[in-house]
Design a protein. Sequence first.
Length: 584
Amino acid sequence: MKAQAKVSELRQALMATAPKGWLALLFGGVASLLMLAPSVYMLEVYDRVVNSRDHVTLVMLTVLVLGAFITMQVLEWVRSEVLREGAEQFDRTLSNRVFGAMFTARIRQQAGGTTQVMQDLRTLREFFYSGVPAALVDIPAAFVFLLVVFWASPVLGWVTVMVGLLQALLARMNERRTQPPLKRANDMAAASRQYAEAAMTNAEVVESMGMLGALRQQWLKRQQAFLDLQAQASDAAGRYQSMSKMVQLVMGSLLLGLGAYLLLRGELNGGSGMMIVASILGGRVLAPITALIGQWRLVVNFRDAWGRLERLLQDVPLDPRGMPLPPPKGQLTVEGVIAMSPGRQQTLLRGVQFQLAPGEVLAVVGPSASGKTTLARLLVGVWPSMGGKVRLDGADVYTWSKDELGPYVGYLPQGVELIDGTVAENIARFAQPDMERVRQAVKSVGLDELIEALPNGYDTLLGRSGHMLSGGQRQRLGLARALYGQPSLVVLDEPNSSLDEAGDAALALAIAQLKVMGTTFVVITHRTSVLKVADKMLVLKDGQQQHFGATADVMNALRNAQAAPTSVAMPAAPSLISPQVKNT
């Protein structure tokens, strides 16, 4: 017996909204059937009122048809509200998952690691209460109208079916002509938006070196390509929409004339009024198809957005919840790790192995492109290792739930990025700030006086990326964030690259204080101040481990290597750390 295919997360979320879908179908179906009210009113007025000249009957029929119209509008409003609630339920089910998958894809450098996926989720949500679902809901009522036309005359019924098939053919041709350029237009629009965002991220460089004009031209090329493709798709869609409307108009006149011919031959059921009713109902049969053709762009956008989100959620599967682990104490073990940049085949790190006990400080040095930053990403679990493991208290840091592990890990990358929010929120990692811990972290990096001088102190809004602060201040604030809550493991990648002497001294003091409390540190550095508090030292070159051991022993090995003949394959000390380290 074949195993059933697993239902995708998008389909599961859609199936969860099925009760609201059936409810919308019910309300929409009744509202659509009430569209028969004008036709029934016409027949009754023609048969009862005109012949009998009964004013009371006319008034009663008019009141009834007005009541039908009011009921129809209320039902359509309720249907739209039900669809809106379904859209919100769909969004609530997926928003957290999509947001997390977007970040994971960005870290792994996979497709989907952009804000485009949030726009795709919005496209799916808004599709629920667009005119397309309303047209689909009208299809069952269209079949009822078709049955009424067949009752009036099989000839009229088959003519309606044939014209409906012609409408379906137009819809198919519309898809084939509009879908390819519209898809390329959407892709080009995303590329144009990403290009503009990249230029804005580097606004200072662009402005200072007069690059804006050239970048504008590059952006305009992409934007024009998007507009040309969109115009091509719109022109095709407009032609088919016009043809569809023309067919619908011709349909009404055709059925009216054919109904009159059948009436004269005595082959029309329902009397003379039925030829007008059949003409109206025939148009209502085609209305859903005409509406779908008119809004085909929404259908294509929905399909493309669905496909992108489907691929993202398949490429970034939901991590199964493992057994909760106890808080780590800081025992770090690196077991011969091999690392590649996600999505590439180039090996950046191979064969690195060492151990650190809780409270030990490791200084990592090496020339550029030696694998130091790659090692930092492995240690905090944002990159996977292709071989070997990084373990914290015996548990794999990459598979450890970051929601559980995160509060016990501090990380300061080379490029310090602050997030739009208050000073306290940034330091407290956007959890509910514990102000005592916030002040403790700030004081440990010597930033307390600066924050107290800000307009609103800890409640000061930093804005996007914290540009109101200098580079050194942003780095200290990022350092305070890494040290917040006395984590068990702290990984710092060039933490003092933008610090002055006072900041450098504050960093060394903060490491020394937390070291006494049991925090394990891995510090990538080219400066001497950290080496004074480092217990061990790791030297990397070309992605491989050259030396590891007590700081004094490694320093002696580097000095001996510098003094040895050049034929000895040892890395020279000046290429690994700054000249001051050589004399430390």
